[in-house]
Ligand binder design. Structure first.
Ligand SMILES: NC(=O)c1ccc[n+]([C@@H]2O[C@H](COP(=O)([O-])OP(=O)(O)OC[C@H]3O[C@@H](n4cnc5c(N)ncnc54)[C@H](O)[C@@H]3O)[C@@H](O)[C@H]2O)c1
Length: 255
């Protein structure tokens, strides 16, 4: 079968796509939302930090909705609001995430569950509430996992984070299998260490040098190193790709 997409489509792969992005007030989510708008997509930005996400959306000429991805009612209302605003959904980036660096033996259940609630259950809830709006015409969900899905990074302990991200990859594969016949593709992107607020905390910043030295490419990622993979997966160019994880880590996981 010959392809029917025009050259123009290929050069602007997300042009006209209607996409919701979570964790869009900062870091990777903000970077992906920005690249989407620059590429001609129509975007609704979600974040629990309402002031920050509104400021980003204002900068981009896009729309923001305050939403804590751990709150079922908020997620349902936010996905409905986003789809109504955009007149439907073609894609979603489920990206909100947190990290807590505590040794397993002294980590409280409350803290462990907090990380799982945002990083894993939040992705499930968002995807489930996106489904009805994607199911009409098909679409693409991209979840942010991490290179920590497949390895244990060092030296900082982060048992809950690593567990949550391994599970995001499993969740992604399961959703991909369940929803393939609705033409909803579900993939993940697994970044290596990336220079965002998440890793700029006072506890983690001193470790950047060691992390770089453990990375074959001897540096941390910039957000711009990642956005192309998200745009590709959201686009029709990835139209036969589902259930996969794209690792972007400067080679960290090959050593
Ligand atoms: N920075 C890295 O090195 C790195 C590496 C691999 C994966 N990741 C993943 O990338 C994603 C984005 O992280 P980042 O580095 O951009 O961090 P970030 O802290 O800059 O951004 C995370 C955003 O998520 C939002 N958020 C947190 N909890 C939320 C909730 N309950 N509901 C809604 N929004 C919430 C925050 O307000 C923030 O705007 C996360 O899933 C993270 O685990 C980051």
């Amino acid at each position: 079968m010959s392809g029917s997409r025009s050259v123009a489509d290929r050069s602007r792969p997300v042009d006209g796509k209607r996409v919701v992005v979570t964790g869009a007030a900062s870091g990777i989510g903000k970077g992906v939302a920005t690249a989407l708008v620059q590429g001609g997509a129509r975007v609704v930005l979600l974040d629990r930090n309402v002031d920050a996400v509104t400021a980003v959306a204002d900068e981009l000429g896009a729309t923001a909705i305050g939403c804590d991805v751990t709150d079922e009612d908020q997620v349902r209302a936010a996905m409905r609001g986003a789809a109504e605003h955009l007149g439907g959904l073609d894609g979603a980036v489920n990206n909100a995430g947190i990290v807590l660096n505590e040794p397993a033996e002294s980590m409280s259940l409350v803290d462990f569950n907090r990380v799982i609630a945002v990083n894993l259950t939040g992705v499930f809830l968002c995807a489930r509430e996106q489904f009805p709006f994607l199911a009409d015409g098909g679409g693409s969900i991209v979840n942010t996992a991490s290179m920590c899905a497949g390895i244990v990074v060092r030296p900082q302990p982060q048992v809950s984070y690593n567990a949550s991200k391994s599970a995001v990859v499993g969740l992604t594969r399961s959703l991909a299998a369940e929803w393939a016949d609705r033409n909803i593709r579900v993939n993940s992107v697994s970044p290596g260490y990336t220079l965002t607020e998440l890793v700029r905390s006072p506890e983690l910043a001193p470790q950047h040098e060691q992390w770089s030295s453990l990375t074959p490419m001897k540096r941390l990622a910039d957000i711009d190193d990642l956005v192309g993979a998200y745009l590709f997966l959201l686009s029709d160019q990835a139209g036969f790709m589902t259930g996969q994880d794209i690792v972007i880590d400067g080679g960290y996981t090959v050593w």
